[in-house]
Design a protein around this ligand. Sequence first.
Ligand code: ZN
Length: 454
Amino acid sequence: MKITKKIIKLIIIIAITLFNTGCSEKEFKLLGESSITIQANSNYEEPGYFFEGNTEVDIQSSLNVEVPGTYTITYTAKTGSKTKTLERTIIVVDTIAPVLSLVGSLSKILCNENSFKEEGYSAVDNVDGELSDKVIITKTSSGIKYSISDSSGNLSEISRSFTIKDTQRPSISLKGPSTVTMAKGGTYYEFGINSSDNCGDVRKSLQVSKTIDPDIVGQYTVTYSVKDASGNTNSITRIVKVEDLPQTTVYLTFDDGPFSDTISILDTLKKYEVKATFFILYHRSYSGPVILREAAEGHTIGLHSWSHKYSSIYASETAYYYDLNAISDYIFNLTGIRSTIIRFPGGSSNTVSWFNRGIMTTLTQSVQEKGYHYFDWNVSSGDTAYGNTETSIFNNVINGIKVGRANCVLMHDGPNHKNSALALPHIIEYLKSINAVYLPLSMDSPQFHQKVAN
Ligand SMILES: [Zn+2]
């Protein structure tokens, strides 16, 4: 028999009622009903008995109020050799259903039935305890129903109702500036837009309305509109100014190649018929054939370095020329070109040579005395910066280029410059909008000298 607190309490109540009066005719009867029904887990209060006599009454019970069922309490009174027994039936019932509760709203507005994300539910029962993981979820015609039954079959149900409709309009924002200026006669560059919708992809719905006449100076509007499946729309506009812009020259330069991404860069330059400049760094397995292609396709072959090791290149003037001559001879033997167009590793304004004070002041003078032109840059693509992306490179270049001047753009085609190769077509497309003229560097080009810092 399971002894519970409730049984102990019962025995105490019975002990208090042990009482006799000492009469000769012994009356023994139960007080209260002979059959008592109680809820599971409630207190059983013993109504007691009446016994006329000086004898103990023995009480036996298997009552367990935690478990629904039918129990008997037996009361046995002995007087001399006589025994009298009474019984009381206790029926423990569970008629209380589990408490079922939901997290979040009971009525949801959804794009479709499948877009509902469960927000949570719980079920706890007075007898069975925690039942959350036994909740049954079923689809109904108007939503979903949560059901839980306890071990006595008491059922709790709650429903969430779904209203299938999309009342939210798509969101739309411009990529690139809200006002762009293009050159008269240029080709409009489309920066595009970002769009999203709570009920799916709306990119295919994009309608662009524009009436730009690139040959007529003026202000134009481009309107972008998107529409979701429920017909909710949104739109945004961009101002396009067509102006008589002064001539913009762009020298695209690539350092530290050739390497694997150089091929795609060369393909892009060929496609757009753009001539650029490559400042060569020696890479055993990539250099030869690619340098030959660069030269054959009309790009300028510039000298960068054989080793690119700042500590040895800038150790002395002799060391610098040892490195420069190595790459110069290599290119000459390969192509027959004796290049006099150079770019210092790190640029002329580098601080990496500070271990040898004054070396850049010396070298920037001596290279010119020897007939070289050294070229720095005035637009940096940031393609060696940590975390650079195709977009960051594109933005750095188009923001760095100034209309009406000569721009020398520093990019790289050494190892790990896929982003530079990816950004290049977009840069060239954008520069068509300002009618930029591309030139390879030559001995007649501006040299874009930066301030020597050593
Ligand atoms: Zn370099």
